[in-house]
Ligand binder design. Structure first.
Ligand code: MN
Length: 481
């Protein structure tokens, strides 16, 4: 656990002009009121509060947010009252803690759509101040990191909720690093076998590509040495869940996913981004059609970077992303990266305003939605998501990679349901078993006792889970090798 002094020092490093007394008080207060409590891991409860505050500091959130991070569970889990918080820490911090507490009170019970509706209402109510959601996201991140101490059933519920609500929310806020972390943590509990297999493959790929990446890096450093363009080079790896999603969408095995690993060049100005691109393209062979300019044409979520794929000195393909420090911070931390400008000394950030406007519009639009399914769907519209949320007739939500079909859904519900599947209804209409499902679809699987998997099913499924179950059966029957 981070110490009180280290936490204070980290906060002061980016907020030198802010008096951190409230932070010290909040630490001491949390330590006192949680003193009799332990986490499921057996650790002192304060470790959780400190971890949440530490994330908020990593995202460079303001003082009230970090204090609220330390205090976020005091109302729910201790005898502390709202009045007490107000008296000790003032209106703003008390309001943030109350907002997080209200979000906590809502469990997104997947079996009951009414709960999704509650969640939507509460989100609207608390989203008056977006910092509430950011604190909640920091809370969720630490809970996901410590999920292994909970019972299997609880793990699944929390992981589903994370995949269905919190990861899309992080995406909405442009917090891509957090989104990737949440998805990979949830992936591990939702598809344990696939997660294990893929993480081993990625580890092997990283080990096997070390020489290639080192040589590429050295070659880039050599050609840049003659220029005076400031540049730092980072290695990057795609997240497991996004690789899994891509394998499903493009029906490709892991070995054919080309951009699992890559590099980032980070420089100071937009002009230097293009200068770097020119140097890279002059010195390495670019792959035709691989160049995308997200600086002149940012993505809808305002992501900006130049992307290109080159042939490395060892003859392998390497994806290169080029961006400024500001674009980098902004794409890792999203809305949080801009937070301090809002209250701060610096000029108002047009980019931030754009993002906030977009969020406000979205929030307004949420008020007009009729069904909770529309709400879940709205979390995903306009964004290139790698997953779909599909409901059972009982309202239970299943998270599947994009492109998944009713057969995948059947196997996600239960292997026995998959095996005896003879047809499917989506939104009350009979459909073919290879129809790609959309978020919000209600899928009903029709089964027949004694019915068994067919060979052509292998062409209909996108998930590794369904594929391996079907293949296993066909192999046992001697139908495929
Ligand atoms: Mn908590």
């Amino acid at each position: 656990m981070i110490t009180r002094e280290a936490l204070l020092a980290k906060f002061t490093s980016y907020s030198p002009h802010v008096d951190p007394t409230a932070l010290e008080l909040a630490w001491d207060f949390a330590e006192k009121v949680h003193s009799h409590q332990a986490r499921a891991s057996g650790e002192h409860y304060l470790t959780h509060c400190a971890a949440v505050a530490e994330s908020l500091i990593e995202w460079r959130m303001d003082l009230p947010s970090v204090c609220a991070g330390l205090l976020h569970d005091t109302i729910e889990d201790t005898a502390t009252t709202e009045m007490q918080l107000r008296a000790e820490f003032g209106e703003e911090i008390a309001m943030l803690v109350m907002g997080v507490t209200k979000l906590d009170a809502l469990k997104f019970e997947s079996r009951d759509e009414a709960q999704a509706e509650n969640w939507r209402k509460m989100l609207l109510a608390t989203a008056q101040d977006i910092r509430v959601i950011v604190v909640k996201l920091a809370d969720r991140l630490h809970n996901m990191k410590t999920l292994n101490f909970l019972k299997r059933e609880k793990q699944e519920r929390i992981a589903t909720e994370t995949m269905a609500l919190y990861a899309p929310l992080a995406h909405r806020l442009g917090m891509f690093k957090l989104k990737g972390e949440l998805e990979d943590l949830a992936f591990r509990y939702l598809y344990p076998e696939e997660h294990l297999e893929l993480s081993q493959k990625v580890a092997a790929l990283v080990a096997g590509s070390e020489k290639n990446l080192l040589e590429t890096r050295a070659a880039i450093e050599r050609v840049l040495a003659g220029t005076n363009i400031p540049c730092r080079i980072l290695a990057r790896s795609k997240t497991l869940w996004s690789i899994y999603g891509k394998m499903g969408r493009q029906a490709k095995p892991f070995e054919e996913i080309q951009d699992a690993l890559g590099m980032r060049l980070i420089t100071d100005t937009v002009a230097n981004c293009y200068a770097l691109l020119g140097i890279i393209h002059t010195n390495f062979k670019p792959v035709t059609g691989s160049f995308t300019d997200y600086i002149s044409t940012p993505k809808l979520n305002l992501y900006r970077s130049l992307h290109t794929t080159i042939v490395s000195p060892t003859g392998e393909l390497v994806e290169i992303q080029i961006r400024t420090e500001e674009m980098h911070r902004s794409s890792e931390y999203g809305i949080a990266a801009h937070w301090r400008y809002k209250t701060g000394e610096s000029a108002r950030d047009a980019h931030m305003e754009e993002k906030l406007n977009w969020l406000r519009q979205w929030m307004e639009w949420l008020q007009d939605l009729n069904s909770p399914r529309e709400f879940l769907d709205s979390l995903k519209t306009d964004l290139e998501f790698d997953q779909v949320f599909v409901f059972t007739p009982a309202g239970e939500v299943k998270v599947l990679p994009a492109g998944a079909t009713p057969l995948d859904f059947a196997f996600a519900v239960h292997t026995a349901i998959g095996f005896s599947c003879v047809g499917a209804q989506v939104n009350n209409k009979m459909v073919k078993l290879d129809l790609p499902l959309k978020s919000g679809d209600i899928c009903k699987i029709i089964t027949k006792k004694g019915s068994l998997p067919k060979k052509d099913w292998l062409n209909y499924v996108k998930t590794a889970r369904a594929r391996s179950k079907i293949r296993h059966y066909l192999r046992e029957q001697g139908i495929v090798a």
